[in-house]
Design a protein around this ligand. Structure first.
Ligand code: 1GP
Length: 237
């Protein structure tokens, strides 16, 4: 987080434990992240149906020293072996459970785990299709062309003391968050800005950084093609 705050662009690889088909695949992805100098590994998913969450984190920790940050899909996704957790408040939605309710339930578990908690303003942006996150959160994504709403939402999040803002078009989005929306938000906040959802190419990753993203998150595209990692990393530097 300090690095992002200091202005160096970072690539975060998102690993969804539910999509890991084998331990070898996970090991290979960690290797590719090590070689390319990936900055962060995020772990989480809307659903964990294979019981692989804890094992996934311990295997990643075994194969890399890259910081592992939990990007939780629900309050069961907590593991003390991770380096930190994004404590997400879904500030684009008006679902009280995801603004504070789940946090009350998770707080004592997090306190006991000793894991670093990163309060994060989470903004879901319309990415051209209904994504798992919009469906599962029971919230309406922010319209992709409402830049002022995005900017003021992020601003309010920062004023509430949130330490970073994560704008997400949702996993597998057709359209990533636009450069115009990223610029509008970046102009109004000083905390690190994560951008993810639907980023498939080095050009899209670079465009997000040039618009103001501090951390670019890529999941699906790397899952399908881990050999993309070096060019994504090169593109954002
Ligand atoms: C989703 O931002 C992440 O929450 C990453 O999305 O899987 O589309 O890269 P992708």
């Amino acid at each position: 987080m300090e690095t992002a705050a200091a202005g160096r662009k970072q690539l975060a690889v998102l690993i969804d434990p539910d999509s890991v088909s084998s331990e070898q695949m996970l090991t290979d992805t960690c290797e590719a992240c090590n070689i390319s100098g990936v900055d962060l590994i995020l772990v989480g998913g809307s659903l964990i149906t294979n019981g692989f969450f804890d094992k996934c984190i311990s295997l990643i920790k075994k194969h890399t020293t890259i910081p592992v940050i939990i990007f939780p899909g629900n309050i069961m996704q907590v593991n003390p072996d991770a380096d930190a957790i994004l404590f997400l408040s879904l500030i684009s939605g008006r679902n009280p459970d995801l603004l504070i309710g789940k946090h009350v339930l998770a707080a004592p578990v997090l306190k006991k785990s000793g894991i670093e908690v990163i309060p994060t303003g989470y903004i879901i942006v319309d990415g051209g299709r209904i994504t798992s996150v919009s469906y599962m959160s029971n919230t309406t994504p922010m319209p992709a062309d409402k830049h002022a709403i995005a900017a003021t939402t992020a601003m309010a999040g920062e004023m509430l003391g949130l330490r970073c803002i994560y704008m997400d078009a949702g996993s597998g989005a057709i359209q990533p968050v636009s450069a115009e929306m990223i610029q509008a938000v970046k102009k109004q906040i000083s905390v690190p800005l994560f951008i993810g959802g639907g980023i498939r190419t080095p050009e899209q990753a670079r465009a997000a950084c040039q618009a103001g993203a501090d951390v670019v998150v890529v999941g699906n595209a790397i899952e399908k093609n881990p050999s993309l990692i070096p060019s994504l990393k090169a593109a954002i530097q």
